[in-house]
Design a protein around this ligand. Sequence first.
Ligand code: CA
Length: 229
Amino acid sequence: MAERILLVEDEEKLARMVEMELRYEGYEVAKAFDGRTGLEKALSGEFDLVLLDIMLPTLNGMEVLRRIRKESQMPVIMLTARDSVPDKVSGLNSGADDYITKPFAIEELLARIRAALRKREAAVPPPAEEILTAGPLTLDVSRHRVTVGETEVELTRREFDLLRYLLANKGRVISREGLLDHVWGFDFVGETNAVDVYISFLRSKLDDPFGIKLIHTVRGVGYVIKEEE
Ligand code: CA
C-alpha cells in the first residue's frame, strides 16, 4: 500500500511541485495550506508522515509539531526557510524527526522521507494491550470496546476518545480546556461547552442506564472519573 504523506505548506506553488514529485515516487499526498488545518489532518490518523513548514498562517509549524507530539509519534520533517541553528535545534527538541532547509533538492527530500519512514518501521513496538477500568467500566483500547459489567456500550469515536482520556487520568480532575486540548486536539475558542455536551452523552450511555456514577463534575474546574466508594 502506498504510504500517505501530509504536506503542510502555505506556498501553494512549492506545495504543488512537491506534491507532484511525491506522487511520481508513488506516495499518496494530501495538502494543507495553514497550520490549523494541517494539525487537524495530521491527527486524523490517515497519514504516515508529515512535511511541516514552520512559517504558516493560523498556527505556526512549531506549535503544530508540539500538538502533534502530544498525541502521536508519527514522523515529522520540518521544512524551514531559515537556515538558522536555533530553529533546527528547537525543532528537533520539540520532536521533529528531521528538518530540511528551503530551497531543497527533491532528491534530498525523498531521501529524508525514506529515512524517516524506515526509522518509524524500526521503532514501532508491538501493539500494547491497553485496558482501562473504573469500577464496572472497562475500556479496551486495541479492540475499541467499552463494557459496563457484561454489557457492551456503543460509543462514537469522540465519546470513546474522551472516555479514554478521562480513564487514563482516573482520579485526576481535568479542566474543560485540558480535555479540548487533548481530546479535540486544538482550541475551540468560546466553545468549551462542547465538552459538557459530550460529557452528558457519556453519562447518558454509561452512568444513567446502569445506575452508577463514575463521571463527576467538579464545579468551576472540570471533570473526573472516580470509582464509587
Ligand atoms: Ca511558509
